[in-house]
Every structure is written in C-alpha cells, then in structure tokens.
Ligand binder design. Structure first.
Ligand code: PMP
Length: 467
C-alpha cells in the first residue's frame, strides 16, 4: 500500500502524493495501468485560454484543446456564469414523462439554427459514444418503421473512431478495441479508410478519393442494398490520425448513398462547432448527412453533453409514424449542460470564431504547416481548419516509414511533454487541434515549439542510427 496519508486536504498534496493516490485507485481510460503507475501521471491543476498548468507549476500550450473539445479555450466566464446560474435555478430535471426544461428547448432551437438546413430536430445524450449508440438505434428504428427491418447493416471504416461503448467501439474501426470484448457487434461492417498515404500511392489524391468511395459501393453490392441501413464516417478522421480525405471522396460517398437510398451519418464529434472552418465538417466537404453525431465542442468540454441532429428524412418517419422510441438517458437534455452549451454557442457566434478559423487562423496554420513540411523528418503535413497532422518518415522522398518498434512518434511526444506543448502521437502521425480562440501570435509560438520538438526527435533518430 502507498505511504500517502489517508485523504489529506488537496491543497497540501504534492505531485508525488497525487501520483501515489492516483496509482492506488484511479483506472484511467485507454491506459496500461501498470506502466502508468510506474511512471506517474501528470496532474493538471488549472488552465486559462490555450494554456494549462501542472501541479509542479509548468505552463503547457494545449495544442489538443483538451481532447479535441475546448473550442472556446479555458476560463470563459460566460460559460462559468451560465452553469452557476442554472445550478442555482434548476440543477436537474429530466425530459422523460412529457416534461422538459427551458435550457433543453432553447438549445434544441439554437442547434437547429446553426446546423445545416435539413436539421430541425435533436436527440440529446451525454457523449459522442452515446450519440453513436443512438444513431444505431435510430437508423434501425427508421427502417423498421418503413417496413424494411432486414435493412440493418451499418457500414463504417477501418481506423475510424466512433466511441468506446459497445456500439461506438463496433462502429469504430480500431483493431485494438475490437480485440477486447468480442467486437464488433453483429450488423456492423468496415471498408478501408480514405488514407492516400497508405492506400493511394501512385494515384492522384482526387483519383484515389473516387476509388476509396467506390469501396462503399462494392460493399453495398456484396451485402445487397436491401440489407444496408447506413454509412457512417467522420468528415476528417480524428483519433485515426487527422486523416484529411481527398476533396472528391465525400461527394462520391453522397452520390453512392443516394443511389442506393442508404442513410448517411456524419460523426461530427470532433469536426462540429467550427473545427474545420464551418459549423460542421459536412459543410466543409460538401455533403448532406441524414444524421450528425455531436459532443465535445457543443459545450467546449466544460460539461458533458452529446447528441444527434436528426434530418427531416428521418424525423418525418420517427415523428410522423407515431409510436414510442424506446431510447433515452437520465441526463438527456440535462439543464446545466444545455445552459453551458447555449452560452458556448452564443460565444462562438459573438466572437465569430467559425469565420476566424475559415478566413484567418485556419489558412495561417496551413501556411505554417507547409513550412514545417520542409523539415527533414516530415513526410506529409496536412491541415483542415484548426486540425493538423505531421507524418514523421524515415524516407522523406521515398515515403519509407520508420519501423513501428522504433516508436518515433512516442519519442516526439516525449519531447512535446518536456517542451511544454501538447501534441498527440498516432503511430508516427503527430496531431494537433488547438482551441479556436488561438491567435496568429500563439500559432507562431505553437509552431516554434513543434519545430523544436521535431529537431530534438531528428537528433534522437540520428543518434539511434534510424536515419
Ligand atoms: N466520435 C468521434 C469522431 C470521436 O472523436 C469521439 C471521441 N474522441 C467519439 C465519437 C466518442 O466521444 P466520447 O468520448 O465523448 O464518448
């Protein structure tokens, strides 16, 4: 057992105290518990704007917006006030039993205003995973109501991320997740991802986009169109490594879904609320989904909230045919979460953050990343709005990857930790998604830190004889 005094007051705890108590009791998500216990967690104690501070007082530039969610940055008083006022007024009431609360109604109304025109209705839940579980239930309910219950298969993609519940992890295409717990659940199948670097070499990106979308058509023909309910995808794969698809991909996916009458679902958990320079990623990529999953940026992560925007094609059937949809959560439409979301969306509107990403900071990040592409370690640099990826390669010209066992991405991430910038490593893809409030000067600061980490990683790989 640890030598930590039993529950000392938090103000008196040192970093080592926190780490010992953490290792003794707290099982973190997606974590090798033993390895973390040996190393000790980093304890984040406060934040402001785009910066975090840890329990040793180190300042860190948060280039991942927490976990792709703190779109308006930390410390926004309007969100804090909205939560406080709602907690005092009505901390909870549910939306079951023919009841609801003003914040839930107002948020539904505001979401219908900012979402693309086909969306007039929303179903609330608490996370992206629950949103995607809701998608599965809703898609199948739709086809049931239309008298086609056999139309139940949902097509997704390898290396997609759609959450960690049973349905979310099944929709996702992460082999490590499928290997634990007997996933995917029945009725969910996967096609290959539109990752040009892995699957499209020798083709132009645009030609590859059409080929990759064609894999959906091939899968539909293999299964029989009368069995396929929906296709789901993230406009830009986030957790898979910020994989920006060719411009031809989504319009072709749309054409195929339309041709076979298949529902199109856009998982906007990361790409929603301004991340790509439009309110939703489907607008950036030019397609018109029937359902959109959202979470994260809807409250900028200040409090959990997720949901599904329901397009008129589906709403007409769900509502019009009557009968109870047997699905929902205690906290669907939680008034405090909805009040925070309202304040968050109004702030995004007031500060014109979406336009800022589209016209100013997004293009500026693209310029900076084009310069980083010249770095000897960088084989590919991609951005979309305020998402970015740098692929670290052994052969800049040949496209040769480093051996996976060399864990070059993790080495780079280690330097990021030490230098005070948070970048995430997905294999050897180094990814960012900074808060949408980031300024040009702060982008300069972030890119300088990233460059320093690349230089240090380069020195390491040379020292190890990997280059
Ligand atoms: N969908 C996407 C595209 C995501 O990126 C995530 C989380 N990173 C989820 C769903 C799951 O969201 P949550 O962790 O809130 O359940």
């Amino acid at each position: 057992m640890s030598a930590v005094p039993k529950n000392p007051p938090s103000a008196s705890r040192s970093t080592a105290d926190w780490q010992a108590a953490d290792a003794a009791h707290y099982l973190h998500p997606f974590t090798d518990f033993q390895a973390l216990a040996r190393k000790g967690s980093r304890i984040i104690t406060r934040a402001d704007n785009i910066y975090l501070w840890d329990s040793d007082g180190h300042k860190i530039l948060d280039a991942m917006s927490g976990l792709w969610c703190v779109n308006v940055g930390y410390g926004q008083q309007a969100l804090i006030d909205a939560a406080t006022a709602q907690l005092a007024q009505l901390p909870f009431y549910n939306s079951f039993f023919q009841t609801t609360t003003p914040p839930a109604i107002e948020l539904a109304e505001l979401l219908a205003e900012v979402a693309p025109p086909q969306f007039e209705h929303v179903f609330f839940c608490n996370s992206g995973s629950e949103g995607n579980d809701t998608v599965v239930r809703m898609v199948r309910r739709y086809w049931d109501l239309l008298g086609q219950p056999e139309r139940s298969v949902i097509v997704s993609r390898h290396n997609a991320y759609h959450g960690s519940t049973m349905a979310g992890a099944s929709l996702g295409g992460m082999s490590g997740m499928h290997a634990q717990g007997g996933l995917p659940i029945p009725g969910i199948v996967h096609i290959e991802q539109p990752y040009w670097f892995e699957h499209g070499k020798g083709m132009s990106r645009d030609d590859f986009g059409l080929v990759a979308a064609g894999w959906l058509e091939a899968k539909i023909q293999e299964l029989g169109a009368d069995k396929v309910a929906a296709f789901i995808g993230e406009p830009v794969q986030g957790a898979g490594g910020v994989i920006v698809p060719p411009a031809t991909y989504w319009p072709e996916i749309q054409r195929i879904c339309d041709k076979y009458g298949i529902l199109l679902v856009s998982d906007e958990v990361i790409t929603g609320f301004g991340r790509t320079g439009r309110w939703f990623g489907c607008e950036t990529f030019g397609f018109k989904p029937d359902l959109m999953t959202f979470a994260k940026g809807v409250t900028s992560g200040y409090i959990p909230l997720g949901g599904v925007m329901v397009g008129e094609r589906i709403a007409k059937v769900l509502i019009g045919q009557g009968g109870e949809f047997n699905h929902g959560y205690t906290y669907s439409g939680h008034p405090v979460a909805c009040a925070v979301a309202l304040a968050n969306i109004r702030l995004i509107q007031r500060e014109r953050l979406v336009e800022r990403v589209r016209d100013d900071t997004g293009p500026y990040l693209a310029e900076c990343y084009a310069a980083l592409a010249e770095h000897p370690l960088v084989g590919e640099a991609q951005t979309c709005g305020l998402m970015g990826a740098l692929l670290l390669l052994k052969g800049k010209a040949s496209g040769e990857a480093f051996p996976a066992a060399a864990e070059v991405g993790m080495v780079c991430r280690g330097h990021c930790f030490a230098e005070g910038v948070i970048m995430r490593a997905v294999g050897d893809r180094m990814i960012i998604a900074p808060p949408l409030v980031i300024t040009r000067a702060q982008i300069d600061e972030m890119v300088a830190l990233i460059r320093r980490c690349l230089d240090k990683t380069l020195a390491d790989v040379r020292r190890r004889g990997l280059l």
